[in-house]
Design a protein around this ligand. Structure first.
Ligand SMILES: [Zn+2]
Ligand SMILES: [Zn+2]
Length: 426
C-alpha cells in the first residue's frame, strides 16, 4: 500500500477534512500543518488519478464533525474568558468528545493503521488553538506551569480557564507579643463563633482565639493588590504566640489564588502591608517567587537565633552564668518532646546542636541570653531543663531553677544555604 492508496481509501469513507486526513500522517514531513498534509495528499491522489480535484468542506467532516474549522473561534473564546486577567504564560488542553475519538479509531482502521497512528485530535486542537490564543493575548505558551490553563470542553461547548496561584516571598518581623502566626480557631466553638444559638462567649463570637495573626495582617493586603480570590500563608516555621520575631525576620510566602494581577510593585506592596499591620508586624524583602518557594520555606533546614529574658529562682553569680553558657556553647542537647508541645506530636528524644550561647546578668536574678541553635531546638526547655527532659540545660548547669520570662527570635537562616536563592524568584 502506498501513501496515495491509503489516501484514496481514507477519502472514500465519506467527507474527511484536510486536517483529519493529514493527522493520520502527522509523523511525515515536519514543517507542515495537518491541514496542509491532508490537502496535499488529496491533490496528489487527484493528479495521480487524473481526476477533478474535489475539496471537502471541514464542516462536513464525519471524523471531527466540523470541529477542525473552529480553531479561531475557540481561541477567541478562550482569550475572552480571561480578558480581565493579566498573565504571561498559558497552556491549552482539550477534552475530546468520545465520539470523535471513536471516529479517529475507525478512520485508521480503514487502512490497517494503529489506532493512535499520526497525531490524535486532542494534540492538534491544543496546538492550533494554543497558537491562535497568542494572537489575542500578550502571553506565551508554557507547558511546565503556565499562569493560565485553558481546557476546551468541546462536548459541553465551554472553555474552562484555571488561573494558577501567584507567590510573594518575604520576611516578617513580629514586633508585638501575643500574635499567632496563623488564624487560631477558638477551641470552645471549633471556630464557628457560636455555641448553640448564642454567640460563643469564649471568643466573643469571632470564632478565633486571637483577633489578629501575622497571616491576617499580611495576606489580605497581598491578595487585594493581586486581585485574587483567596490567599494562603506559608511560614518557615513559627515562633510561639508570646515570642516576638525581630532583626532579619522570618521567611514566608503568600500564595494568592486566582490572581488577576501578577506584576506588582513590591516596594509599594511593602508599604501597603506595613501600613495595614500598623506596627504589629513588618515585612521586608518582598519579591515575586515561583511556586517552588512554598516548599523551600517549609522544608529548608534553618537555624535560629533567640534572645531570652531569663528569670532565676535564686541569685546567680556572673562567673557561674558565664561558665554555664560556655558549657552550652557548642553543646549537643538531648530533648525529650516538651510537655507544652502539641499532644499529637510524637514523644521522642531528639538531639540538637547549640552553635553559640552568650549572655549576661541584668541583676542577680535575671539575665539576657542569646542562643544560636539548630532548627528544632526548644529554647524554653534549654533554659528550664523541662524537669529533666532536656539535657544539658541552663538551670541544671547553674543548679538554680530558671525559666524564660520573654523570648524573641532574632534570625531564621538556612543551615547550609540562604532561603533567597535567585532560581526561586520570578
Ligand atoms: Zn475533520
Ligand atoms: Zn468560640
Amino acid at each position: 500500500m502506498t501513501l496515495l492508496d491509503d489516501t484514496r481509501q481514507l477519502t472514500a469513507t465519506g467527507p474527511v477534512c484536510d486536517a483529519c486526513l493529514g493527522r493520520v500522517f502527522a509523523d511525515r514531513s515536519f514543517g507542515l500543518t495537518n491541514a496542509e498534509r491532508g490537502r496535499s495528499l488529496r491533490i496528489a491522489a487527484a493528479l495521480d488519478d487524473d481526476d477533478d480535484f474535489d475539496p471537502v468542506e471541514t464542516a462536513d467532516c464525519w471524523v471531527c464533525e466540523g470541529r477542525c474549522a473552529e480553531f479561531d473561534d475557540w481561541a477567541a473564546r478562550a482569550a475572552e474568558t480571561v480578558d480581565d486577567v493579566a498573565f504571561d504564560t498559558y497552556q491549552v488542553g482539550t477534552r475530546t468528545p468520545p465520539l470523535i475519538e471513536e471516529n479517529e479509531r475507525l478512520l485508521r482502521e480503514e487502512i490497517g493503521a494503529e489506532p493512535d497512528a499520526g497525531e490524535p485530535f486532542k494534540m492538534e486542537f491544543n496546538r492550533e488553538v494554543g497558537k491562535r490564543v497568542g494572537r489575542h493575548v500578550d502571553a506565551e505558551v508554557d507547558f511546565e506551569r503556565p499562569h493560565v490553563q485553558f481546557v476546551l470542553d468541546i462536548a459541553a461547548d465551554r472553555v474552562e480557564a484555571t488561573i494558577n496561584s501567584a507567590f510573594v516571598y518575604g520576611r516578617y518581623r513580629k514586633l508585638e507579643r501575643g500574635i499567632p502566626q496563623t488564624e487560631w480557631p477558638c477551641r470552645e466553638c471549633n471556630g464557628s463563633g457560636r455555641q448553640g444559638q448564642e454567640p460563643c462567649d469564649y471568643c466573643d463570637g469571632s470564632g478565633y482565639l486571637y483577633d489578629r495573626s501575622v497571616e491576617e495582617l499580611i495576606a489580605p493586603v497581598v491578595e487585594d493588590v493581586m486581585d485574587g480570590v483567596d490567599a494562603l500563608f506559608h511560614g518557615a516555621g513559627r515562633e510561639d504566640v508570646d515570642a516576638r520575631m525581630l532583626d532579619t525576620g522570618r521567611p514566608f510566602v503568600v500564595e494568592v489564588k486566582e490572581p488577576r494581577r501578577r506584576q506588582v510593585d513590591v516596594e509599594r506592596l511593602t508599604a501597603d502591608v506595613n501600613a495595614f499591620a500598623d506596627g504589629a508586624v513588618e515585612v521586608t524583602e518582598l519579591r515575586l517567587a515561583t511556586y517552588e518557594m512554598v516548599e523551600r520555606v517549609k522544608e529548608l533546614p534553618a537555624s535560629k537565633t533567640y534572645r531570652a529574658d531569663v528569670a532565676f529562682d535564686a541569685p546567680v553569680e556572673a562567673d557561674a552564668l558565664a561558665a554555664a553558657l560556655d558549657e552550652l556553647d557548642g553543646a549537643t542537647v538531648e530533648q525529650y518532646t516538651p510537655q507544652r508541645v502539641d499532644h499529637r506530636r510524637a514523644k521522642l528524644t531528639r538531639t540538637r546542636d547549640v552553635y553559640t550561647a552568650t549572655g549576661e546578668l541584668t541583676d542577680p536574678r535575671h539575665a539576657t541570653v542569646e542562643i544560636h541553635g539548630e532548627g528544632g531546638l526548644y529554647i524554653k526547655e534549654l533554659v528550664s531543663g523541662d524537669e529533666g527532659r532536656t539535657e544539658p540545660s541552663l538551670a541544671d548547669l547553674l543548679g538554680v531553677d530558671a525559666h524564660v520570662a520573654a523570648l524573641d527570635v532574632l534570625t531564621v537562616e538556612g543551615e547550609d544555604e540562604p532561603f533567597e536563592d535567585e532560581s526561586y524568584f520570578v
